[in-house]
Ligand binder design. Structure first.
Ligand code: ADP
Ligand code: MG
Length: 528
């Protein structure tokens, strides 16, 4: 059996890990000897690309051809990054990051990276998860599973899966904030509630420093702030310097940023003041998630785990201690826990593959389970992850005799998976020949959802229906969401016992042909 790797494909930094022969997850350092690789891709004339630290440093020389924070665009069909006349989807850009990590790992370990578990935020919707899987496909990897980052972190923290407990994972990374309440019981890891903000992360703290510096600089020199904002190269340079200053401020009481020959000092107090609203916004989101958990009867937790590089900022621990004076709050290997947990999970599914029949997983016979790598989580059985959906699923329905249409929620977020539901509906008029169906994702918890809060998910047509049907002829929609969060919908015409199988494609993911095309595009690039 080759190694199974866990990959944390982060918004700002990515990390790769495998479980060694002693059963310990270890991180593979990249070619720069760093355990994490910036998730940044820089394109050059002639088809060369660089990924990682070198790409990040291109920010101040050629910012227009540098793509960062691509994870924020995952699953969006209207976004492409263009460089040297070529358009790249978020999946293709992400695949370049994966390829670079795989290449470095191959060079360091002398072993091919093939089977992987990739992580994503718990609140990623289905299309974003599928996009993550496709990024793996395009990179030529065999993606065994996509699992939630907080779940991976909890696995790597070494929660004892045989003792029941509830844990809150507060994950503040570079570009995303993810808060998840997890319950462990009978070796099952259950996500009780998940929330966060995928536009909030360490990058915003960097931007606050940059803004502070530009303001001070403008005061000192009389130069207008706009003239700096318009200068892409200076802005790119300041972005790097702001991040360095931020990291210094976790150790020191002040840091200095140089801009056009001026030295601008920022103290921890000034930093904390400039970023207070960001911190409070994370606390607000955390409370929303706690409320969602409370609705499911989970009102307390035994522990808070801090994950994500940005939880190193002392303001986070201080604020959380003030909020929860009696709960233990622990650092959980901020930058590496997610990749390590994914690797451990990968080993676990190899030892206990999920039985397609949905019964208890069957262990692989050829695996020697006396090997310590399989004694994970304090026990000797499979880790079972119970996921919830992170968005509501709604369908457009005609709700009265006047033909008024509403988008009506059918499955609410935080519903446990797998899940099935049958929705009985009927034809709207006599002699209807087909039924057009539209499904949406949304974050609202109301039954009727305004269209502007909805994101189209899938659509399709059931038909042709038998002739001469009366108004209200019965139709059934059968929703099925599997453990991985993949939704399928079957619509059935109930009149003549005729069953119509309706295939509906997820709208926001690439088709097989598109994946192949992206693969070819990416294969044409050389990663330096
Ligand atoms: P993601 O998973 O979102 O890519 P990570 O969990 O790797 O992010 O965290 C990256 C973020 O953590 C970056 O914004 C980085 O600047 C920040 N970070 C890393 N080390 C420190 C530190 N010592 N102090 C403050 N922030 C840090
Ligand atoms: Mg992360």
């Amino acid at each position: 059996m080759g190694k199974i790797f866990g990959i944390d494909l982060g918004t700002t930094y990515s990390c790769i890990s495998y479980v060694d022969e002693f059963g310990k997850p270890v991180v593979v350092a990249n070619q720069d000897s760093s355990p994490v690789t910036p998730s940044v891709v820089a394109f050059e004339e002639g088809g060369n690309t660089s990924v990682g630290q070198a790409a990040k440093e291109t920010l101040n020389t050629d910012p227009a051809n540098v793509c960062s924070a691509i994870k924020r665009q995952m699953g969006k069909r209207d976004y492409t990054f263009s460089a040297f006349g070529q358009e790249y989807t978020p999946e293709a850009i992400s695949s370049l990051i994966l390829k670079k990590i795989a290449k470095d790992t191959r060079e360091v370990l002398g072993e091919e990276v093939k089977d992987v578990v990739i992580t994503c935020p718990a609140y990623f919707g289905m299309d974003e998860r599928e996009a993550t899987r496709q990024a793996g496909d395009i990179a030529g990897l065999n993606v065994l599973a996509i699992i939630n980052e907080p779940t991976a972190a909890a696995i790597s923290y070494g929660l004892n899966l045989d003792s029941p407990q509830t844990v809150m994972v507060y994950d503040l990374g570079g570009g995303t904030f993810d808060v998840t309440i997890i319950k462990v019981e009978d070796r099952q890891i259950r996500v009780v509630a998940t929330g966060g903000d995928h536009q909030l992360g360490g990058k915003d703290w960097d931007d606050a420093i940059r803004e502070f510096v530009i303001g001070k600089y403008s005061e000192m020199t009389g130069e207008s702030m706009d003239s700096i904002y318009d200068d892409l190269e200076t802005m790119g340079d300041l972005e790097l310097k702001a991040e360095t200053a931020k990291k210094q401020l976790t150790q020191k009481s002040s840091a200095v940023v140089r801009l056009n020959g001026q030295k601008i000092e920022i103290t921890v107090e000034e930093f904390d003041n400039a970023t207070r609203s960001l911190l409070e916004s994370s606390i607000e989101k955390m409370h929303e998630t706690m409320d969602a958990a409370a609705q499911k009867g989970v009102t307390s937790f035994d522990k808070i785990l801090l994950v994500g590089g940005s939880t190193r900022m002392p303001q986070i621990m201080t604020r959380l201690k003030a909020e929860f004076p009696t709960t233990p709050i622990e650092f959980c290997d901020p930058d590496q826990a997610v990749a390590k947990g994914a690797a451990v999970y990968g080993i676990n599914i190899a030892a206990f593959p999920i039985d397609e029949g949905g019964d208890a997983p069957k262990p692989l016979t050829e695996v020697d389970k006396s090997n310590p790598i399989f004694s994970i989580g304090g026990g000797k059985g499979p880790i079972k992850i119970v996921n919830v959906i992170s968005q509501c699923i709604a369908v457009r329905l005609v709700v009265d005799d006047n033909g008024r249409e509403e988008i009506v929620n059918q499955i609410y977020k935080n519903t446990e998976l797998p899940y099935t539901k049958t929705l009985p509906v009927g034809t709207v008029v006599a002699n209807q020949t087909s039924v057009y169906m539209e499904f949406f994702e949304n974050g609202s918890m109301d039954e009727f959802v305004p269209e502007d809060l909805c994101k189209p998910l899938i659509q399709g047509e059931l038909g042709p229906l038998p002739a001469n049907l009366p108004k209200g002829a019965p139709i059934e929609m059968y929703f099925n969401i599997n453990e991985q969060g993949l939704l399928s919908i079957d619509a059935k015409d109930m009149t003549g016992g005729v069953t119509k199988h309706l295939e509906v494609m997820l709208q926001s993911v690439l088709s097989k042909e598109e994946v192949e095309a992206e693969k070819r595009k990416v294969q044409g690039l050389k990663i330096l």
